[in-house]
Structures are given as structure tokens and as C-alpha cells.
Design a protein around this ligand. Structure first.
Ligand code: 5GP
Length: 193
């Protein structure tokens, strides 16, 4: 990422899935004064429901993903779930910085902390905490996109992830969505000033 105009900021939202972070990230993207653009991750998992290639994710094969790893194309990558790889391509962050915008990430907890460690000054790392594991499980079921087995896997991962909350710059508790959105707005607004 040498020779790049790196004046843009990196806003990381990490949380166990079912915490409501995606809803908060979407809300922030709709606020023009924040000048944010979404970092589209590459993943080897299949697309789900209404997800669109090049909008929600770059859906690529496991082989293509491995090739990117070998070429050192990622800022960070992880096998988030067994056989399902996710990663942030260097090119993606460059694309957004070249637009003169700040980058907003919706990524898992370990990936989020990896970005914070790589770009400590430029990154605001926000951990979105669900009110409780029970509430999170309820939200995942309500979403009706995952099998029972997947829900169990996500809940188990969430319990582990909650332990990382303290390593983030900010913990945002999402027990009232509207309140959480307003708080998120203020945090980002102050950080990009
Ligand atoms: P999902 O399959 O629900 O879309 O995502 C599963 C998890 O992977 C979520 O916690 C999501 O935030 C995370 N994730 C998405 N993109 C990336 C990425 O580029 N890197 C990492 N480390 N995690 C990601």
C-alpha cells in the first residue's frame, strides 16, 4: 500500500453475528456527511438470499481465495467458519481511499483487531455488543437465513468473541437500535474531523 494517499480513515465495526452491527453500518452509509464507503470483503462462502456479488461480498471460489493469500493480496483474512474464508483485499481499501472517502468495515472480531493493529492511528475500532447471548440467538432465528447447526456455531463463536470486546476503542451496546445508531454517528463524526 506504498505510495498511496492514506489520509482516509478506517472505521471498523466488529461483533458477533446477530448483534445488529450490519444494520448500524447500513445506517451510517446512508449519512452523506460522513463520507463513508463500505469495504466489500471477499468470501468463499455461497451467497445467501438477496446478497449481490460486488455489493455485499465478492463471492469467489476457495481456490481463488487461496491464490489471493499466496499473492499477499489481503490486509487480513480468516477462516471465520470451517471452510468459509473471509478477507479484506488491499485493492478494496485503495479503491475507497482513491474516491477520497473513509472506509467502513463489517468484519469479525479478530479481523477487526488485525486492522486496528496494522493501522493504529487511522482506525476507530467499535465493538457492537448484543444485550445478551439469548437475545442474539433470538435475532439469528428471526432472520431465518441459517440452519439450526449454523445458528449453534454462530452462538458458540459469539461467546468467545465477547471476550475480545475490551481490546476495542469503544464498546457500543445495542439494546436500543435507534440510540445505538445515534451514538455510532457521533463516534464516527468525531473521529473523522
Ligand atoms: P456472514 O457469513 O454472516 O456474512 O459473516 C460471517 C462473519 O464474517 C461476520 O462476523 C462478518 O462480519 C465476518 N466477515 C465479513 N467479512 C470479513 C472479512 O473481510 N474479514 C474477516 N475477518 N471477517 C469478515
Amino acid at each position: 500500500m506504498k505510495g498511496l494517499n492514506t489520509t482516509g480513515k478506517l472505521i471498523v465495526f466488529s461483533a458477533p453475528s446477530g448483534s445488529g452491527k450490519t444494520t448500524i453500518v447500513r445506517y451510517l452509509l446512508q449519512q452523506p456527511e460522513l463520507d463513508l464507503d463500505f469495504s466489500i470483503s471477499a468470501t468463499s462462502r455461497d451467497s445467501r438470499g438477496t446478497e449481490v456479488h460486488g455489493e455485499d461480498y465478492y463471492f469467489i471460489s476457495a481456490a481463488a481465495f487461496q491464490k489471493h493469500i499466496k499473492n499477499d493480496d489481503f490486509i487480513e483474512w480468516e477462516e471465520v467458519y470451517t471452510n468459509n474464508y473471509y478477507g479484506t483485499l488491499k485493492k478494496e481499501v485503495e479503491r475507497i481511499w482513491n474516491l477520497g472517502k473513509h472506509v467502513i468495515f463489517d468484519i469479525d472480531v479478530v479481523g477487526g483487531l488485525n486492522i486496528k493493529n496494522k493501522f493504529p492511528e487511522q482506525t476507530l475500532a467499535i465493538f457492537v455488543q448484543p444485550p445478551s447471548i439469548e437475545e442474539m440467538e433470538k435475532r439469528l432465528r428471526g432472520r431465518k437465513t441459517d440452519s439450526e447447526e449454523k445458528i449453534k456455531e454462530r452462538v458458540a463463536k459469539a461467546s468467545k468473541e465477547l471476550k475480545f470486546a475490551k481490546d476495542f476503542d469503544v464498546i457500543l451496546v445495542n439494546d436500543d437500535l435507534e440510540k445505538a445508531q445515534k451514538e455510532a454517528f457521533k463516534l464516527v463524526e468525531n473521529f473523522i474531523k
